[in-house]
Design a protein around this ligand. Structure first.
Ligand code: FAD
Ligand code: NAD
Length: 417
């Protein structure tokens, strides 16, 4: 069997490696560097910057190059052919790259996403996250349009680098899809660190170095030396030839069923191109789902339990249901603070909080939301509890090592029984 994968981001390259491990021949086509957005302009360079006290382009390149070497090694497999170039679908079993046609038994589209912008005058004066990662100098004043994940991560990074940062968010809360309690606490924590965050702020135009915005119909302006546009990402649908094949899509992404298959049998789509949760780990899990379907193998991946982390200072992380999503259900909510945790206080990281939501009837843990140091690591214990349907009553007796930050989760679980 042979499959063709378009795109070498975490969706594409991980699926290629997994397919080869199952003895499948793979042609993987990429018009960009190995690792896609995640490695070159996303997850990894931003996290490299989170670990710096000043922008260090050389260190950022080093990190990317090292990890790219790892992916290149993975692709150096006799079953995998890596083709550099832009792919265009010819039919449901073949793809054309610079005049050469590659045929397979199935095609997986993993072409990712690109930054979105606002249809406002002067929008081209703002830069996107990729350009922001290439800045060599620290702007004295940074204005971030969009208080979502990208906006808040860059706000945190550049505040640490010394910029005066203002975030303008259209919705009443930052991180609109997150638990409101968590979002409000994160906003307060970032404000304490000197980041100005305006919510319910509608940006109307950019004029020179001024961002014009309104709040409750009153006009405001924010002057900045750098303006970051971080209002979401849109699927990279360009030049795939979807219309000729009759593949259903909308500006929100390619439509797929539960097996990641499009309406055209044999053509699959995974990752950001499907417009769902635009996360690297979701892209690769969707690739495994598509592969399982192609192989006719049983699939146990649970897409209702996806941990997510925001790498601000402090970090935020969540898994399962938000309190808002539990509306109408009988729930217990347990909370615990980092300041009551020995390790957090001892290591000077006492700014934090954890919330556990459990179902009153069954006692099962439905959702966990953490704000504080190492939230992005602690969340995986919570993911296991939610995925396995463990009750708060049982989980509270799982012995935790002392002193650890994970004891904050245990304390919140105990409060949710
Ligand atoms: P991509 O990684 O976008 O890869 C798609 C690849 O397809 C690209 O290499 C492109 O060159 C190639 N391609 C496109 N069209 C064609 C074509 N026609 N022919 C050939 N090749 C083509 N997610 C997280 O989980 N954690 C994070 O911390 C995180 N941080 C982020 C920070 C930033 C600033 C950004 C922008 C994103 C971040 N993300 C993060 C999101 C994450 O990067 C994406 O969800 C992930 O990269 C999606 O993977 P993908 O395989 O679907 O696509
Ligand atoms: P996002 O959807 O998280 O946030 C965009 C924000 O912009 C929203 O809060 C939205 O309300 C706001 N907005 C929209 N229009 C606006 C306007 N006119 N004025 C002001 N604000 C406006 O998108 P993003 O932050 O660009 O990130 C894109 C994707 O990348 C996300 O889906 C995210 O999952 C992924 N990502 C993940 C991580 C991570 O996992 N740590 C990090 C970065 C990016």
């Amino acid at each position: 069997m042979r499959i063709i994968i378009i795109g070498a981001g975490p969706g594409g390259y991980e699926t290629a490696a997994e397919a080869a491990a199952h003895g499948i021949e793979v042609v993987i086509v990429s018009d960009g560097p190995l690792g896609g957005t995640c490695l070159n302009e996303g997850c990894i360079p931003t996290k490299a910057m989170c670990a710096m006290d000043a922008p260090d382009q050389e260190r950022k390149r080093e990190v990317i190059t090292q990890l790219q070497g790892g992916i290149a090694q993975l692709m150096r497999n006799k079953l995998i052919t890596l083709v550099q170039g832009r792919a265009r679908l010819r039919d449901s079993r073949s793809v054309e790259v610079d005049g050469t046609v590659y045929e397979g038994d199935a095609v997986i589209i993993a072409t990712g996403s690109v930054s979105a912008s606002l249809p406002i005058p002067g929008a081209d004066q703002a830069i996107d996250s990729a350009a922001m990662l290439g800045l060599a100098e620290v702007p004295q004043r940074l204005c971030v349009i969009g208080g979502g994940v990208i906006g808040l991560e860059f706000a945190s990074i550049y505040r640490k680098f010394g910029s005066e940062v203002t975030v303008l968010e259209f919705c009443p809360n930052v991180l609109p899809r997150f638990d409101v309690d968590l979002a409000k606490r994160l906003k307060a924590s970032l404000a304490k660190r000197g980041i100005v965050i305006e919510t319910s702020a509608r940006v109307t135009a950019i004029e020179g170095n001024k961002v014009l915005w309104t709040k409750n119909d009153k006009p405001f302006e924010t002057e900045a030396d750098c303006i970051l546009m971080a209002v979401g990402r849109r699927p990279n649908l360009a030049s795939l030839n979807l219309d000729d094949l009759g593949i259903q899509y909308s500006p929100r992404g390619i439509a797929v069923d539960g097996n990641m298959q499009t309406n055209v049998p044999g053509v699959y789509a995974i990752g950001d191109i499907t417009g769902g949760m635009m996360l690297a780990h979701v892209a690769s899990a969707q690739g495994r789902r598509a592969l399982n379907h192609i192989l006719g193998e049983k699939d146990v991946i649970d897409f209702s339990v996806v941990p997510a982390a925001v790498f601000t200072v402090p970090e935020a992380a969540c898994v399962g249901k938000t309190e808002e999503e539990c509306e109408g259900m009988e729930i217990s909510v347990g909370k615990a603070n980092y300041r009551a945790n020995g390790k957090a206080v001892a290591s000077g990281e006492a700014d934090g909080w954890c919330k556990v939501i459990s179902d009153k009837a069954s006692g099962r843990i439905l959702g966990v939301h953490i704000l504080g140091a190492h939230a992005s690591d602690i969340i995986h214990e919570a993911a296991v509890l939610v995925a396995l349907g463990v009750t708060a009553k049982n989980a509270r007796y799982i012995i935790h090592a002392h002193p650890t930050l994970s004891e904050v989760l245990l304390a919140a679980i105990a409060a949710a029984v």
